[in-house]
Design a protein around this ligand. Structure first.
Ligand SMILES: *Cc1c(COP(=O)(O)O)cnc(C)c1O
Length: 233
């Protein structure tokens, strides 16, 4: 299967059920991204700021770029002018920094709050208590240049479907609860980003409306890294 046919068949499945496809292009070349673009894909996700910036410069400007990896506060300035959505907001500190730089560019940046749902130590994200604390804080209420669109989560990397299903179920329940408690009047709190290549069907069954797919579209990522302009990886 080619990248183009993968995109086309995924869109045929996902569009009618209202699930947005984010094509995760990390480590993939400009040519590979262009093949997906020419098949009609406009939403792409990257997890590293430098790679994101280089691709944004090189590729068509109607692409909507999503950051899906951990964002350090000192790197917000590199993406604030163009980023469509930051899916990986995991602290009030980074959210305030996004707000500050969005204001400088006179825009509002869409964000998802990343919630820690996996049974693994290595994943970033807010736990339930931190999420509530953030949403209740006065500093959060003051932010005018970020728009919280929903939640994002990454399930445990396991073959055990029961575990994955339970984690997605829990995140959906949390999403519904947060919506009722904090965003009742905000109709654009509408995005639940969960599911990657290995588990997106389970995620959709549990109520996801945004999936982030890399290897399903582009094939497995090999060790080869995307080469940056300055030759660094
Ligand atoms: C890499 C990545 C994906 C896509 O992973 P695949 O298994 O290739 O689909 C999705 N979400 C995040 C946060 C990622 O880092």
């Amino acid at each position: 299967m080619s990248i183009a046919t993968n995109i086309e068949s995924l869109q045929i499945d996902l569009k009618p059920i209202g699930v947005q496809l984010v094509a995760v292009s990390k480590t993939k070349s400009i040519e590979e991204v262009m093949e997906a673009y020419e098949a009609g894909q406009r939403v792409f996700g990257e997890n590293m700021v430098q790679e994101l910036v280089d691709k944004q410069e090189a590729l068509p400007k109607d692409i909507e770029w999503h950051l899906i990896g951990h964002l350090q506060t000192n790197k917000v300035k590199y993406i604030a002018s163009f980023i469509h959505m930051v899916q990986s907001v995991d602290s009030l500190k980074v959210l305030k920094e996004i707000d500050k730089h969005a204001a400088k560019h006179n825009r509002q940046i869409d964000c998802l709050l990343q919630v820690y749902i996996a049974d693994e130590d290595s994943k970033f994200g807010l736990d339930h208590a931190e999420l509530i604390e953030l949403l209740r804080s006065e500093d959060f209420a003051d932010l005018k240049h970020v728009r919280i669109r929903g939640l994002m989560g990454i399930a445990t990397n396991t073959e055990n479907e029961r575990i994955i299903k339970d984690e997605f179920y829990e995140l959906k329940m949390l999403f519904d609860g947060i919506k009722t408690s904090f965003f009742r009047k905000q109709e654009d709190f509408d995005t639940l980003s969960m599911g990657m290549s290995s588990d997106y069907q389970l995620a959709i069954e549990q109520g996801s409306n945004m999936v982030r797919l890399g290897s399903t579209i582009f094939g497995k990522r090999v060790i080869k890294h995307f080469k940056l302009k300055d030759g660094k990886e």
